[in-house]
Design a protein around this ligand. Structure first.
Ligand code: SF4
Ligand code: SF4
Ligand code: FES
Length: 237
């Protein structure tokens, strides 16, 4: 097929799909398709991207029903029949077209105490954390999150309970709970132990299945469940 049959979401929550015909190219990504539409067919199309190389996390969209990072999703892999339906990420308010409002996603990182709380000053020597230690390995397993929101859009619990902190914020909290340099472990466990926190997760692992960086928020959340339970038993929470 020489052209791709592409439908793209236009407008806000009450908008609809618009059809475009886009030339097929070798090694074409979904982001290339959206960019072609915006540059050649309709300059009013709103979408978001920055790095184009899987670093910034800003280009995630729903592609043929699944959340994906579009700059690293090849058309040949996600649409072998040449049909693409491109929509904004689920579970987030639509600003316009393919652009979602990410505020509640990142506000939840703050609610999960996703900020590092230093225990040392810049005048002290670098902390030495053994690379092979269990805690360091737990941090390393989750630290490469790019904040793309793919896991958040894939999580059914976020869809049912808009208060739920979600896989990315909880994954971030788990990296900090295991960070030997951080001084807010108990406050962070308290922040994720409530009804909207780690215990609301149903462990269905859609987040881990869809994460483009191959992280496992499911495993991080399981760690938080254990850590909060142990803290309660120890009388710390
Ligand atoms: S494992 Fe938990 S956080 Fe991940 S998608 Fe399922 S319910 Fe959501
Ligand atoms: S955990 Fe994965 S899917 Fe979720 S925001 Fe981070 S990189 Fe994206
Ligand atoms: S544009 Fe940066 S991750 Fe896709």
């Amino acid at each position: 097929m020489a052209n791709l049959a592409v439908t793209v979401w236009r407008g806000g929550a009450d908008g609809g799909f618009q059809s475009f015909s886009v030339p097929r190219r070798d090694a074409q990504t979904v982001l290339d398709v959206v960019t072609h539409i915006q540059r050649r067919l309709d300059p009013t199309l709103a979408y978001r991207f920055a790095c184009r190389v899987g670093m910034c996390g800003s280009c995630a969209m729903t592609v043929n029903g699944r959340p994906r990072w579009t700059c690293r999703s090849h058309v040949s892999e996600v649409a072998p029949d040449g049909r693409l339906e491109i929509a904004p990420l689920k579970h987030l308010p639509i600003v316009r077209d393919l652009v979602t409002d990410m505020r509640e996603f990142f506000d939840k990182w703050a609610r999960a105490k996703g900020q590092f709380e230093a225990t040392a000053t810049r005048r002290e020597d670098f902390a030495r954390v053994a690379p092979a230690s269990a805690k360091r390995r737990a941090v390393d397993a989750g630290i490469e999150c790019i904040g793309c929101g793919v896991c958040y859009a894939a999580c059914d619990v976020v869809g049912w309970n808009s208060d739920y902190l979600g896989p990315a914020a909880l994954n971030r909290a788990w990296t900090l709970v295991n960070d030997a340099r951080d001084g807010a472990r108990l406050e962070r466990l308290a922040a994720v132990a409530g009804d909207a926190g780690c215990h609301a997760c149903h462990t269905q692992a859609s987040c881990a299945e869809r994460c483009p960086k191959h992280l496992s928020p499911t495993a991080a959340i399981a760690g938080l469940k254990r850590a909060t339970a142990l803290a309660v038993l120890a009388g710390e929470l």
